[in-house]
Design a protein. Structure first.
Length: 85
């Protein structure tokens, strides 16, 4: 595959790691809000959920673009399909 394709895959991998870190942070915050019964913190978490949803859609769109442009096979194809799901 081309260097450009590899760069695109690396970009997706970085975004997935970033998305995972955001989700971990929100879960940690949600657990804390429940432990402390902090309604303000819970509301803050709920209001910030759109960021995660938005990033998820962007990552899916990038995966679809890569699938259409490069027609990956084997490991790369399985990775992209897993990310989309």
């Amino acid at each position: 595959m081309t260097i450009h394709f590899q760069r695109e895959l690396e970009k997706i991998k970085r975004r997935i790691l970033s998305l995972g870190a955001m989700v971990e942070d929100r879960v940690r915050m949600a657990t804390r809000a429940m432990e402390l019964r902090d309604a303000n913190l819970a509301e803050k978490i709920i209001k910030s959920d759109y960021e995660i949803d938005e990033m998820e859609v962007e990552v899916e769109e990038e995966c679809l673009k890569i699938l259409a442009l490069y027609q990956p096979v084997a490991v790369d194809l399985r990775f992209l399909i897993a990310v989309i799901k």
